[in-house]
Design a protein around this ligand. Structure first.
Ligand code: ADP
Ligand code: MG
Length: 244
């Protein structure tokens, strides 16, 4: 497919511990188009994070192929992997992964630090993203002073600052109550409406039901791939749209 942003073909991955090998991915095929919002479901230990980490070039695969924007991703230096990640991918995690001793603004600005943007400029841009996410007045607060939902919004702002083509969200609502989860989903839908592809790993049906396609992993392969005809990324009171 021409407009695939992510294409995975017969992907295999094992973890080797001493003489034991755990074959986690046993020939996964996946095709995600630019602008799609999909969920990956599967029981605990089914390899969802493993697959997401390979797509995010945080880990290598053993066999098969992975193409990101048509470019074959193979074993590469960490410098080159970081360059790909910076150009294409934003990450959102269940545990937020914010740096505890940096304030919200500095956390959001971090990807630009790696791109060698000056401190003044990156902080200014970070403030714009915090503003879009309704967090301007929290810019100088530490993560410990924020609620779970606010922390995840900071993480989303951080994922957006390098203008990714894809956001990989590993159980982004896993640590949040249902009302806050819903807020985070609304934000992700708005982000998706701007054309960014989103892959959400989740084991919650209510979350998956809000995505365009539900992909189920089981026994190391894609068990099913279900299009959700009710999908809509139109949100009523959008934070990003409202403040654009
Ligand atoms: P999921 O995200 O679906 O819960 P994971 O991808 O995290 O599953 O893990 C799949 C399987 O691989 C699990 O059995 C897990 O224990 C194992 N695993 C994950 N990461 C590693 C690792 N770094 N080393 C060894 N085993 C791992
Ligand atoms: Mg996982």
């Amino acid at each position: 497919m021409d407009n695939s942003i992510i294409r995975v073909e017969t992907l295999h991955k094992s973890y080797v511990n001493g003489s034991n090998a755990l074959h986690v991915l046993k020939g996964v095929d996946l095709d995600i188009r630019q602008g799609e919002m999909v969920s990956i479901m599967g029981s605990s230990g089914s390899g969802k994070s493993t697959l997401l980490n390979i797509i995010g070039i945080l880990d290598n695969y053993d066999a098969g192929a992975y193409y990101l924007d048509g470019i074959k991703i193979e074993k590469m230096s960490e410098t080159r992997a970081a360059r790909f990640r910076n150009k294409y991918i934003g990450f959102v995690f269940q545990s937020f992964n914010l740096i505890s001793f940096k304030n919200a603004m500095e956390n959001v600005a971090l990807p630009l630090y790696y791109q060698k943007v000056s401190r003044k400029k990156r902080n200014m841009i970070a403030l714009e993203y915090l503003e879009k996410l309704g967090l301007r007045e929290w810019a100088h607060h530490l993560p410990s002073e924020l609620s779970g939902g606010q922390k995840q919004r900071v993480a989303i702002a951080r994922s957006l600052i390098s203008k990714p083509k894809v956001i990989l969200a590993d159980e982004p609502t896993g640590a949040l109550d249902s009302v806050t989860s819903e807020e985070v989903m609304e934000i992700l839908k708005e982000v998706n409406a701007t054309g960014i592809s989103i892959i959400i790993v989740t084991h919650e049906n209510e979350i998956a039901a809000q995505t365009q396609r539900i992909i189920r992993l089981r026994d190391g392969i894609i068990e099913s791939n279900e299009v959700n005809h009710n999908f809509s990324n139109e949100v009523s009171a959008g934070v990003l749209l409202e403040q654009r």
